[in-house]
Design a protein around this ligand. Structure first.
Ligand code: ANZ
Ligand code: ZN
Length: 919
């Protein structure tokens, strides 16, 4: 960017202004939220960041700036605003840095937080820093431990086996992001899934409440839908199938098989329970399928089938769930050799295993109805299993032998015993209800609501997290650490890599591990897993209400005064993670009587992203870093690429087995998320230095709607910078003009009629107040900025026509400054004080629009004939219905259009429309 434009604004001393006001705000603690206040509260929260070594770039402004505008706007509207900030600083990135550099993350985090804080101050964000929290401080994580104990007490925290990513070469557990294409990122060996005893939270106990609660919160539909689907409520039934003992091949007598593992003998009473959403199709269930992991598989498999079953199981273990559920893949499976009995018709059905049946859902077993379920259909065709039609579509007679696809739709029950002839349908269908009633009379099934949601795995075999407050005692088993002994402090350690056998590095610290059992006083060991970082963010908004409390997680009365969050801002990517966990926690804490709110946020706003034009490897979305290129004339390439959109030949350095060489590649450009690692980051610090924080803020707000992505352009930011320079000039003009009403626009001066000009400016002023108020209320920042651009233009014309000292100019100038205040707060406060006002705009009343002044003098009325636009009329505001109709019918254009038609009816919407029905 040329420095010339910056020079041009010598008249707008943004650097001094911004520094001055930031110091004044801090000195006066203007942004402090008062717990006791007669004003109504408004809680604005932007999801708190993970302070990484990269610091903030301008992309991060996409949520911090709108959050700040909301806070400042609400404060000016008379609300007692809570706008806090803190650091979500436990977790992987800091730990990886620690491993790399051998420095305890404890030493790094405060430094990074300081950098973030400074950057946010440079942006002029109105945080109440007296409430700053850092999740890695014992004062905070102590309450994570306390909440854990409460969950444990209620049976909602429990230990269970859960698979972890295991690298057998490194003998370590890997985080998901350390598994690259199924291989260990460090050594490249294939990663296995290993069961490990870990802690889980029973979020599934809240499945129904989490779905119901969605109806009363004002969140984006997309996020709500994602949550509903993630929770995945299905209504149906469980059905029990009795397992038949294997027939003895020698004498035809039933024989009881004993499995190798020494599991109990399989008697006639054994059953396999399935979950189905279509119990009405039970008469068409011609076989069963178990997931390969189903615990009964080894017991029921016949000796003949044993080896093929075992090899199938080990193949299935290598597949991902996505692979297994991919409907385009051919279904595979193996017969166990065993049979079960269909409870409604006593049919003998073969039991198979197949990987399309998942172990983690329902009961891990299904009744297969090939005529009405496509997966079962494909499976049956492939393995020659019986297909029996039990739902006949309206007016058709399907036959299982000739069917070419499953019929999943409605129809009438057929060949279905007691429910024959009943209308068939899913969900609320009569046939489903009838089938459940029948199953109950047989004692072979029951209605069941199934959820897809799984319990929340909270254990991490990692150092940098909250220690789980549990002790393992040989005599007493699992013993919670007494509340009075909290916090269990995370010790300083030397070695951050996971310990042997996949245990957390904490297991290598005897002083931490060895302890006395709180119950019996005997020798015990501390739990060495730490909590996932998502624990911290599941309740931090409650801590912000009462961040210094050393007696409790938060005071209930204070929390009730602030909760729920009125405006919560953050990324959509948290839809089924953080945004679900924090709802679960709020409901749990609500049930403990700790807070009235049972939802954390009344309204949620999801910002768009800020993208940077990034060089990518042609035909991929893989970014190339500048230093990878042998030669990188960025601006020239961009110009060339933009012109013809053809890949640009280039060269890049490659290193293969330690040998460096150069390879030819083709480069394109693409708008990818701005990022430090891709070397596309631009910092708010440098932009504030060059153009001022206000210009950067305004650019972020103006460039695209809040929810949409921004394509970063410094040149465009220069535009909002120049706008602020113009505002400065115009208002300084008004401030310095001499107070003579005679200075108003003078028609003899070539200016238009004085009175109507004054009227027009005042109208624009009051319309702008109404529009900006409505826009800010609804997060339409971009149109709010353009409304201010229009108002400043009207004011400029008025001033140029000689109206500098007219009260209408003063009124417009004051409105402009007030309306600008939430968006460009430094410049606004400076101009406000120069306009002679006292105090901070943060505490100044938001302007009110006078509807009489805002009303248009003239209105445009649309005239239609039979609904088609034919003419437009300009009528004075307040024109009556009759007058408007008469004016429309009097229009020359309309009269000629109606010349050979007869008017049947005239519809009038005053001030808007006349529709003439004629033929
Ligand atoms: C018989 C049947 C007949 C089914 C029919 C569907 C249609 P949702 O809606 O997702 O809950 N199913 C049950 N457990 C399964 C598992 N662990 N892995 C794979 N599939 C499983 O779907 C429930 C349906 O998915 C169940 O209803 C079952 O197939 C299958 F005409 O049972 B159904
Ligand atoms: Zn004990």
């Amino acid at each position: 960017m040329s420095d010339e434009t910056v020079e041009e604004s010598g008249r707008y001393p943004f650097r001094e202004i911004e520094k001055t006001w930031q110091v004044r705000w801090a000195d006066a603690s203007v942004h402090r939220a008062e717990n006791e206040s007669s004003r109504p509260k408004h809680y604005v929260l932007v999801m708190f960041p993970y302070p990484s070594g990269s610091g903030l770039h301008v992309g991060h402004c996409k949520n911090y700036v709108p959050g700040d505008v909301a806070a400042r706007f609400k404060s000016m509207q008379g609300f007692n605003v809570l706008n806090p900030m803190g650091w979500d600083a436990f977790g992987q990135p800091a730990e990886q840095d620690a491993i790399k550099n051998g420095v305890n993350p404890r030493q790094i985090v405060p430094k990074l937080a300081e950098i973030y804080k400074k950057q946010l101050d440079i942006l002029g964000v109105s945080y109440d820093w007296s409430r700053e929290i850092n999740t890695t401080s014992p004062e905070y994580y102590r309450w994570n431990q306390w909440i854990f104990l409460k969950l444990f007490e209620k049976g909602l925290a429990y230990r269970d086996f859960a698979p972890v990513n295991w690298c057998d070469n490194d003998k370590t557990v890997l985080a998901n992001e350390e598994v690259v294409d199924g291989k260990c990122w460090r050594c490249g060996s294939v990663v296995q899934k290993r069961p490990l005893a870990q802690w889980k939270f029973k979020i599934t106990a809240y499945a129904d409440k989490l779905i119901e609660g969605l109806d009363k919160i004002n969140w984006a539909e997309g996020v709500k839908t994602q949550q509903r689907e993630w929770i995945g409520r299905s209504e149906g039934a469980e059905v029990d199938f009795a397992v038949m003992a294997s027939p003895n091949p020698d004498n035809g007598e039933p024989k009881v098989e004993n499995s190798e593992s020494g599991s109990p003998l399989l008697g006639l009473g054994d059953k396999i329970t399935v979950f189905t959403t279509r119990p009405d199709t039970l008469w068409g269930a011609t076989f069963m399928v178990l997931s390969p992991e189903h615990p009964l598989v080894s017991q029921i498999t016949t000796p003949e089938q044993k080896s093929s079953i075992e090899s199938y199981i080990s193949e299935a273990a290598k597949k991902s769930e996505a692979d297994r559920t991919d409907d385009t893949k051919e279904k595979t499976g193996v017969f166990t050799g065993a049979y079960a009995v269909n409870p409604v018709n006593d049919a003998k059905v073969p039991i198979w295993i197949a990987d399309y049946v998942l172990t983690g859902y329902g009961t891990g077993a299904i009744m297969a109805v090939p005529a009405h379920d496509q997966r079962d259909f494909e499976f049956a065709r492939k393995y020659n299993l019986e297909i029996k039609v039990v739902v006949q579509p309206e007016g058709e007679k399907l036959d299982g032998a000739t069917l070419d696809a499953a019929w999943p739709g409605d129809g009438t029950m057929a060949s279905s015993g007691v429910i024959d002839g009943i209308p068939a349908g899913k969900g609320e269908g009569e046939s489903v209800k009838a089938a459940i009633v029948h199953l109950a009379t047989l004692g072979a099934g029951r209605g069941k609501i199934q959820f897809r949601l799984r319990d929340w795995l909270i254990s991490r075999q990692r150092y940098w997290g909250t220690p789980i407050p549990i002790v393992h005692c040989l005599a007493c088993g699992i013993v919670p650490v007494p509340e009075s002994e909290l916090p269990v402090v995370l010790p300083d350690i030397e070695e951050y890599r996971p310990g042997p056998d996949g245990r957390s590095p904490l297991s290598t610290v005897p002083e931490f591990v060895n302890c006395a059992c709180p119950k019996c006083g005997g020798k015990a060991e501390r739990e060495t897993d730490t909590m996932a970082g998502a624990m911290d963010s599941s309740w931090y908004f409650l801590r912000f209400a009462d961040p210094k409390n050393s007696e409790r997680a938060f005071d209930t009365k204070i929390a009730n005064d602030w909760m729920p969050i009125d405006t919560y801002i953050g990324g959509r990517e948290h839809a089924v993670g953080h945004l679900l966990y924090c709802r679960f926690f709020t409901k749990f804490l609500h049930e403990l009587g700790l807070c009235d709110a049972d939802e954390p946020a009344a309204s949620l706003k999801n910002q768009g992203m800020l993208n940077a034009y990034t060089p990518i490897l042609s035909g991929t979305d893989k970014a190339i870093k500048p230093e990878e290129f042998v030669h990188y004339p960025r601006e020239d390439w961009i110009a060339a690429y933009n012109q013809n959109k053809k890949p640009i030949p280039a060269e890049r350095y490659v290193e293969l087995d330690g040998v460096k060489s150069v390879e030819p590649i083709e480069v394109e450009f693409s708008w990818l998320k701005m990022s430090k690692s891709k070397k596309t980051a631009v910092t708010p610090d440098e932009m504030a230095e060059k153009y001022g924080a206000d210009a950067l803020r305004l650019y972020i707000l103006f460039e695209a709607p809040f929810e949409s992505d921004i394509q970063w352009s410094e040149e465009r930011m220069n535009g909002t910078f120049r706008f602020l320079g113009r505002v400065w000039d115009i208002i300084m003009n008004v401030i310095e003009g001499s107070p003579s009403p005679d200075n108003a626009p003078d028609p003899s001066n070539g200016g238009p009629d004085k009175e109507s000009e004054v009227r027009a400016l005042r109208r624009k002023t009051h319309q702008s107040i109404a529009k900006v108020t409505d826009d800010l209320e609804n997060f339409r920042f971009n149109t709010a900025v353009s409304a201010l651009m229009i108002l400043s233009e009207s004011l400029r014309k008025f001033v140029n026509a000689g109206g500098t000292s007219h009260p209408a100019a003063r009124e417009a100038a004051e409105a402009l400054v007030l309306l600008l205040a939430p968006m460009a707060p430094h410049l606004a406060d400076e101009l406000w004080s120069r306009l002679g006002a006292e105090g901070f705009l943060y505490r100044t009343d938001w302007p009110k629009s006078d509807p009489a002044l805002a009303a248009e003098d003239e209105l445009t009325v649309v005239v239609q004939i039979n609904g088609k636009l034919r003419d437009k009329l300009v009528v004075p505001a307040g024109t009556s219905r009759e007058e408007q109709e008469a004016a429309a019918l009097a229009s020359e254009k309309i009269q000629s259009d109606l010349s050979c038609l007869t008017v049947r009816k005239v519809i009038v919407v005053p001030g808007k429309l006349v529709n003439i029905v004629a033929n």
